[in-house]
Design a protein around this ligand. Structure first.
Ligand code: ZN
Length: 160
């Protein structure tokens, strides 16, 4: 069976940046399961996988416009240290849920300098060129319930 809209797909993948650093990968023996054509994964990867079958592999390069979007400087903000009450040690890379005028947003601590903390609400992969090595582990038909929910059920997917 080939990957097409509404197929349940399992992929083993490694994601590297332009310098060859590994940014993310599926754990050994635990491929990522997703529903093709439902926006479960970034468009650039979904498009590249269309038509592939179990056992096929491919290297895919995805730019920001088909990945996690551009970086927005407006999502980088300085906040006073006292905004982090109850946090003893603030370190770069820590993530917090922040209340903003646009609603709750996940931000990362980008810099701590004295009493000033710089937080970044951009997705960590925003603005990056992404290099995926992908191998298709399995392709199967989705159940009607999975199609209704727009995601994969079972041991490799949502459990609810
Ligand atoms: Zn569901």
């Amino acid at each position: 069976m080939q990957i097409a809209k509404d197929a349940v797909v399992q992929i083993d993948y490694t994601l590297k940046d332009d310098d060859g650093n590994v940014l993310d990968q599926s754990p050994e023996g635990q491929p990522l399961a997703y529903l093709q054509g439902h926006g479960n994964i970034i468009p650039g990867l979904e498009n590249a996988l269309e038509g592939m079958s179990a056992g096929d592999s491919k290297d895919v390069t995805v730019g920001p416009d088909e990945g996690y979007g551009p970086r927005h400087d407006g999502l980088i903000q300085q906040v006073p240290r006292e905004a982090f009450q109850g946090v003893d040690e603030l370190a770069v890379g820590m993530q917090f849920q922040a209340q903003t005028e646009h609603g709750p947003m996940l931000v990362r601590v980008a810099e701590v300098e004295g009493d000033q903390v710089t937080v970044d609400g951009n997705h960590p992969l925003a603005g990056k060129i992404l290099h995926f090595s992908v191998e298709v582990a399995e392709v199967r038909e989705a159940s009607s319930e999975e199609l209704e929910h727009g995601h994969v059920h079972g041991p490799e997917g949502h459990d609810h």
